[in-house]
Design a protein around this ligand. Structure first.
Ligand SMILES: C[C@@]1(CC(=O)O)c2cc3[nH]c(cc4nc(cc5[nH]c(cc(n2)[C@H]1CCC(=O)O)[C@@](C)(CC(=O)O)[C@@H]5CCC(=O)O)C(CC(=O)O)=C4CCC(=O)O)c(CCC(=O)O)c3CC(=O)O
Ligand SMILES: NC(=O)C1=CN([C@@H]2O[C@H](COP(=O)(O)OP(=O)(O)OC[C@H]3O[C@@H](n4cnc5c(N)ncnc54)[C@H](O)[C@@H]3O)[C@@H](O)[C@H]2O)C=CC1
Length: 221
């Protein structure tokens, strides 16, 4: 089994081994989070090379060496090469880094799920290596079905939550109020198709008003 965590960027140093399609895919997602990336490969595809250049990612055309490991926090191995695998294995005895191996998943410390981001909302699918392609398929499904402006909803929920954490001393009460706001989100937010601007406005207003409703005990909250 696996434990899902979200990695925050803290300028971690990342080493990507390989310059093909898989290395490019890993770099694309890392780039967004602004890590310090270095890519080492014997050969680079045109696409990968262009992306690294455009995004100011350091890439060096040579074989991997032991000198590439000191100070590195994360390693993505996409080389599929047994020699590289052995080198990583030896480096782990002296250096502390987390490994993702795209070719030998058994060696990995962590895996990368398929994920879809819309502002601060991230939806991920992981299949325990059974079918990465299925993860990708869900990705398409999310794109179709979650076309709503979730960021606007999250802005309100985030702001009200912050306020309640600061102002409402009762944890039970806070939970109840936060739950109420989320319950106010209508099914339409989860369905395909676009919402009219006025519908969207109404939804946002209702979420905002939710915790000010009567709490059922005749009390205004
Ligand atoms: C263990 C893992 C690596 C890890 O540790 O992270 C892994 C391993 C392997 N993938 C292989 C194949 C493919 N991988 C993809 C696509 C993705 N693969 C991703 C994750 C993962 N892939 C992790 C498990 C995740 C899980 O289980 O859910 C995604 C989600 C994220 C990402 O890679 O960034 C990204 C999709 C999202 C996106 O596009 O953003 C496609 C589809 C395509 O290319 O269109 C194919 C071809 C179809 C197929 O095989 O399904 C092979 C066999 C290679 C061979 O045939 O030799 C191996 C090695 C093995 O299985 O041994
Ligand atoms: N994790 C995943 O999602 C997927 C993994 N794979 C596997 O990932 C591997 C990579 O796939 P692609 O990027 O398409 O292949 P690729 O052949 O384009 O890339 C491999 C890269 O590793 C480099 N390399 C090999 N030996 C090296 C060394 N000693 N030092 C430095 N660089 C070295 C090559 O120069 C090349 O740039 C394959 O083994 C494939 O089976 C394939 C598809 C998806």
């Amino acid at each position: 089994m696996a434990y899902p965590i979200v990695l925050k960027h803290r300028n971690q140093k990342v080493l990507i081994i390989g310059g093909g399609a898989v290395a490019l895919r890993k770099a694309r997602r890392l780039r967004r989070e602004s890590f310090e990336i270095i890519v080492v490969a014997l050969k680079f595809s045109r696409k990968a090379q262009a992306f690294f250049k455009q995004n100011g990612i350091v890439f060096v055309k040579r074989g991997l060496t032991e000198e590439d490991f000191p100070g590195v926090d994360l390693v993505f191995n996409t080389s599929g090469n047994e020699k590289v695998r052995g080198m990583i294995h030896r480096a782990r005895k002296h250096h502390k880094f987390w490994l993702n191996d795209g070719c030998f998943p058994g060696d990995s410390d962590f895996h990368v799920p398929a994920s879809y981001n819309q502002g601060d909302l991230m939806l991920s699918v992981y299949t325990h290596g059974k079918s990465p392609a299925l993860g990708n398929r869900f990705h398409e499904y999310f794109e179709d079905c979650f076309g709503r402006d979730w960021q606007a909803v999250l802005e309100i929920l985030g702001r009200e939550r912050k306020r309640l954490l600061a102002e409402e001393p009762s944890e039970e009460r806070r939970k109840e109020l936060l739950r109420r706001m989320v319950e106010e989100i209508p099914e339409a937010m989860f369905e395909p198709g676009d919402l009219l601007p006025e519908e969207k406005e109404r939804i946002l207003e209702n979420i905002q008003k939710a915790w000010k409703k009567d709490d059922g005990n005749g009390e205004k909250i």
